[in-house]
Design a protein around this ligand. Structure first.
Ligand SMILES: Cc1cc2nc3c(=O)[nH]c(=O)nc-3n(C[C@H](O)[C@H](O)[C@H](O)COP(=O)(O)O)c2cc1C
Length: 199
């Protein structure tokens, strides 16, 4: 099984990518046979979707195909989404416009929202309200909010990180991998190209 960990920050050395690496170790503790693809959008600089693909031919002809393949061969997704201006990041939306060739169809996704303060609810409600129509991503019923994210370091959390958070994160990651396993057959059973865009 392969899980894609996608950091949708716009910054290099982001908290999102730091969290992504920690989540990988947590998942491996539950199941050490899982493979990962890590996409750090702060580093990769995926261009904003445009129909003028000639403007960035290098990306569309090379990098795009590589990333699309990695996503298409994944069985589940974890999006780490910082709250920017009370919203999901532009990268988290752009991801779904750029990779729109069935990479996410009928596969489970876990939203992990992060905030350096007490925010983090808005990216979840925003992504749950939209984002699934054409991607057909299936957000699982659990989500995670890591508030005061700079203090999040399993084994050595700062005082603002509650004790129960580790168990909740481990459970939610485990749940995602179970959905990924059990949803695999549906991709073969139902994948009608004529209904590739939702209503
Ligand atoms: C442009 C920008 C807008 C932000 N807006 C919010 C916000 O609305 N709510 C919030 O809780 N934190 C906000 N923050 C703080 C982020 O939660 C914090 O910087 C977080 O670490 C960003 O994650 P990153 O390092 O993965 O980019 C904002 C940060 C940036 C850079």
């Amino acid at each position: 099984m392969k899980i894609s960990l996608i950091s949708t920050s716009h910054r290099k050395n982001s908290q999102s990518n730091r969290v992504a690496k920690i989540l990988e170790t947590i998942i491996l503790k539950n199941n050490n046979k899982i493979n990962f693809y890590n996409l750090d959008m702060g580093e990769k600089q995926i261009p904003l979707w445009t129909s003028e693909k000639k403007q960035d031919i290098k990306f569309w002809e090379k990098e795009f195909k590589k990333i699309s393949f990695e996503l298409a061969s994944s069985d589940g997704f974890i999006l780490i989404v910082p709250e920017y201006g009370g919203m999901a990041t532009p990268n988290s939306k752009n991801l779904f416009l750029v990779f729109n060739n069935g990479e996410f169809f009928h596969k489970p996704g876990l939203i992990v929202s992060i905030s350096s303060g007490n925010g983090g609810a808005y990216p979840i409600s925003e992504l749950r309200a939209s984002s699934y129509k054409n991607t057909h991503i299936m957000w699982i019923p659990e989500n995670i909010i890591i508030r005061n994210v700079e203090q999040y370091l399993p084994g050595n959390h700062g005082e603002l990180i509650p004790d129960w958070l580790d168990d909740r994160i481990s459970y939610s990651c485990d749940l995602l991998t179970k959905y990924a396993d059990y949803l695999k057959p549906i991709q073969k059973l139902i994948n009608r190209k004529d209904f590739s865009n939702g209503m």
